[in-house]
Design a protein. Structure first.
Length: 93
């Protein structure tokens, strides 16, 4: 009765290996798939899909963009913000 050890180990982390995440298909970059779509800072209707309702950029793991096009979207959004085509942040409640 002095020291009974449990099968859980440190902090109960033993059973975590059998709960693996489901493996799904990776999203393909919209701009790599269709060469006709160009990223332009003046095209606010295209850029609005890559910012949240709070005005923040959506990460590439959610949008499926490649690194090259995600950087170009970030530059275009920042340029559009500078000339007041897109908001820096949403004001009000």
């Amino acid at each position: 009765m002095a020291s009974e050890s449990t099968s859980e180990g440190k902090g109960g982390r033993e059973g975590r290996d059998d709960k693996k995440r489901p493996v799904g298909r990776r999203k393909q970059c919209k701009f790599c798939a269709d060469e006709a779509i160009k990223i332009d800072y003046k095209d606010a209707s295209l850029l609005k899909y890559f910012i949240t309702d709070r005005g923040k950029l959506v990460p590439r793991r959610l949008t499926g963009n490649c690194a090259k096009h995600q950087r170009s979207i970030a530059v275009s959004v920042n340029r559009a913000r500078m000339i007041a085509l897109m908001p820096f942040a949403v004001t009000g409640a």
